[in-house]
Ligand binder design. Structure first.
Ligand code: ADP
Ligand code: MG
Length: 365
């Protein structure tokens, strides 16, 4: 039985925060899992997560704890999802991409370039017996529309559910890549398309959810049987409350849409953790594109990790508190992974599922 791995990362204080509040922080570290947050009213809240990365944590530590096990599983045909959550400026994109996914500084490289290297490393070790392929897709969800970042003409991709593959993005561009450099080049073209959108449509990247999809397919050389693992990385839009941002007009509409989809995510998490045992229950996955896309990640067959990104500054204590409460709720989702038996791991080449039990999912309340 597995749970969502829920971690917290506090970024270093920004220069603005230092200017306004000096070196003061609203968190007190207890150990690598427990810390205390003090809000503006000096009230103290103790939190316990699977891992807490404090201000001086390194990108490599986040990768090794949070992503490496998921990368290894993806190569073994177990789906994986990594989500970064938090207010704008809390360090979601820095954790996911680093200063840029092409950055060469080993210390600064984010999860995406490390995951790319990790996937190719894992696959290399089975080169003798298995033929592998890695395909990439990239989309963003903006104003409840899924846009293909590898083909901007596909600006309203539909999300479908297939028995064999689970949740799929209908007609999304998939690009095959054969080495880490090609993969990073491809992904940075997707990121660049996000930026084009920004200037043309006055769209800030923190107002859309950015989603990286890796499909890892392996074919046994002796009998051509296939196994496929999917890895989804989600850099969510900022979780700050719309009314707090002082936004108006279009920007307010964007903020409201984000809040709606993040609320839908919260509602799905609540439904997954608060139902009563043995009772039929409704999980409102269809209430937003985000929850529909993450359906497998949240309630089904996926190993999922959530990184709650927070500022340590007292000025952001209330936003950090709300991020941490969200993370605590997510931590209590329990799901059964399909640790497939070795004969189940390979599907037939026609793409039909290797076993109906692979599609089954179970939730423990
Ligand atoms: P978000 O994506 O959550 O809106 P960013 O990742 O863009 O936030 O981070 C905001 C700023 O803080 C950026 O300038 C980024 O470089 C910096 N930052 C975030 N996390 C860290 C970190 N762990 N170490 C150093 N700088 C960081
Ligand atoms: Mg960001």
């Amino acid at each position: 039985m597995s749970s969502i791995t829920a971690c917290v990362r506090f970024r270093p204080l920004s220069s603005g925060e230092r200017r306004d509040h000096g070196d003061s922080v609203c968190i007190h570290c207890v150990d690598s899992q427990i810390f205390v947050l003090k809000d503006e009213k000096e009230e103290e809240f103790t939190f316990s997560f699977d891992k807490v990365f404090y201000e001086n944590s390194e990108q490599a530590q986040v990768y090794e704890f949070l992503a490496l096990p998921i990368v290894k599983d993806a190569v073994d045909a177990i789906n994986g999802t990594i989500i970064t959550y938090g207010q704008t400026g809390a360090g979601k994109t820095y954790s996911m991409e680093g200063p840029s996914i092409m950055v060469c500084d080993e210390q600064k490289r984010g999860l995406v370039p490390r995951i790319v290297d990790g996937l190719f490393d894992c696959i290399k070790s089975s080169e003798g017996t298995v033929k592998h392929s890695i395909k990439l897709s990239m989309v963003e969800i903006y104003m409840e529309k899924v846009r293909d970042l590898f083909d901007l003409s596909k600006d309203n991709i539909q999300i479908k559910e297939s028995k064999a593959q689970g949740i799929v993005l209908n007609g999304v561009t998939e690009i095959s890549v054969s080495d880490p450099a090609e993969a990073l080049q491809t992904l940075s073209s997707g990121i660049a398309n996000r930026t084009v959108g920004e200037t043309q449509m006055n769209m800030s990247s923190s107002r859309s959810h950015c989603i990286y999809l890796f499909t890892v397919q392996q074919e046994l050389k002796k009998d051509n049987r296939l196994k496929t693992g999917k890895l989804i990385l989600v850099d969510l839009a900022g979780s700050e409350k719309a009314e707090k941002t002082g936004a108006e007009g279009k920007v307010l509409e964007e903020a409201k849409t984000i809040n709606k989809s993040l609320s839908a995510l919260g509602n799905v998490i609540n439904a997954l953790t608060c139902g009563s045992p043995g009772k039929a229950y409704h999980i409102p996955y269809r209430d937003s594109k985000l929850t529909r896309l993450l359906q497998d990640a949240l309630g089904g067959n996926s190993r999922t990790a959530l990184l709650c990104c927070c500022s340590p500054s007292p000025s952001n204590a209330s936003e950090s508190l709300s991020t941490l409460r969200f993370g605590m709720r997510a931590k209590h989702i329990k799901m059964s992974l399909h640790a497939k038996s070795s004969e189940d791991k390979y599907a037939k080449k026609d793409g039909s599922p290797s076993s109906s039990k692979n599609q089954a999912c179970e939730r423990i309340l």
